[in-house]
Each structure stands twice: as structure tokens, then as C-alpha cells.
Write a protein that binds this ligand. Structure first.
Ligand code: IMP
Length: 175
């Protein structure tokens, strides 16, 4: 078996700029509101903490976790809730914070489960979006980076492969 290698694709600096840009858009759209940021564990934990601090506005934070069955780098269509949110979101403005949207299966599942809790609104913010891989039609309202179709599996800045690489400061393509 060949060893895995890491090809840098997004630098720490580019991530910082993207987080600032996303935060200023979100701040504008949610002026005078107090959105609930719902981080999708585990991959979004670093992005959410940077985004929340950059937003520097009244907000609430909760987390959810869903798992999709498949191999380590392929999402199958069957998604299961592993961790429910802990607060009531009824009547509130929800902003789901994801690390990456690929097939859309996970996000589609999460949106449906959150919609059943009757929030006032739901929008999606994802650090990365891979629209070319989409199987289920889900819309990302705020995307930090749109990845080309030839970009493979990515790790770093919270994203893992088999639980490794989450603490890397830049984002890499795993080869
Ligand atoms: P989807 O259900 O195919 O859209 O995949 C969504 C979830 O799979 C993300 O929240 C990630 O946790 C994981 N995922 C998808 N693509 C990647 C990747 O390139 N690197 C790391 N995790 C990924």
C-alpha cells in the first residue's frame, strides 16, 4: 500500500480572509438579530469557533452530529442522528455551520430534522462547498470556498481522515 501524502490547497491566511468575509456578510444579514449557530460535529468545530469570534455579535451556539454510513471517504445515502441539539430553536433564526458539503446527504438530513423543530428561519454556512459532487439538492447560503470537481478528499482545519489531521492549520488534499 502507498503512503498517503498531503498537498496544500488552502492556506491559513486564505482561511482567515474567508472567515472574515463570511462574518461580515452574516453580520449584515442578521443585524439586530440573535442567530443560533448550530455546528455540525466534528468537522466544523474549529471553523465555528473562529466564525463566532469574528462575528462578534449576540448569538447562541449549539451542536449536532450526524453520521453517514459508507467508507472513510465516501458518504452513503443513509444518515443517522448521533447527537441532538440541546436548546429549543422554536421561532429562532438558525445558521447551520458545516465544514464541507459534498453529496448533500448529511445537510439534507440535518435541515429536515431542524425544520421539524419549527425555527423561524434556517440558513447554511459551510467553509467549503463541492457543488460538482452534489446528489441531493441543498443550497449553501454562505460558502467560504467552492472547490473544483478535480479536488479530492480534503483534511485539516477541523476536517479529518480516520480522525487524523484535524489540528492542521491549513487545508490539504489527501493523496
Ligand atoms: P455529504 O453528506 O456527502 O455532503 O458529506 C458531508 C460530511 O462528510 C461533511 O460534513 C464531512 O464531515 C464529510 N466529508 C465530506 N467530504 C469530505 C472531505 O473531503 N474531507 C473531510 N470530510 C468530508
Amino acid at each position: 500500500m502507498q503512503a498517503l501524502s498531503l498537498k496544500p490547497i488552502i492556506s491559513k491566511n486564505e482561511i482567515e480572509n474567508a472567515v472574515q468575509k463570511l462574518a461580515s456578510e452574516i453580520k449584515k444579514d442578521y443585524a439586530d438579530k440573535c442567530p443560533v449557530l448550530i455546528g455540525v460535529l466534528k468537522g466544523s468545530f474549529i471553523f465555528l469557533s473562529d466564525l463566532a469570534r469574528e462575528l462578534n455579535m449576540p448569538l447562541k451556539i449549539d451542536f449536532t452530529r450526524a453520521c453517514s454510513y459508507g467508507s472513510k471517504d465516501y458518504s452513503s445515502g443513509s444518515v443517522e442522528l448521533v447527537k441532538d441539539i440541546e436548546m429549543s430553536i422554536k421561532g429562532l433564526d438558525v445558521l447551520v455551520v458545516e465544514d464541507i458539503v459534498d453529496t448533500g446527504y448529511t445537510l439534507n438530513f440535518i435541515i429536515k430534522y431542524l425544520e421539524a423543530k419549527k425555527p423561524f428561519s434556517i440558513k447554511i454556512c459551510s467553509l467549503m462547498d463541492k457543488p460538482s459532487k452534489r446528489v441531493v439538492d441543498v443550497k449553501v447560503d454562505y460558502a467560504g470556498f467552492t472547490l473544483d470537481k478535480d479536488v479530492g478528499f480534503v483534511v485539516g482545519y477541523g476536517l479529518d481522515y480516520d480522525e487524523e489531521y484535524r489540528s492542521l492549520q491549513d487545508i490539504y488534499e489527501l493523496r
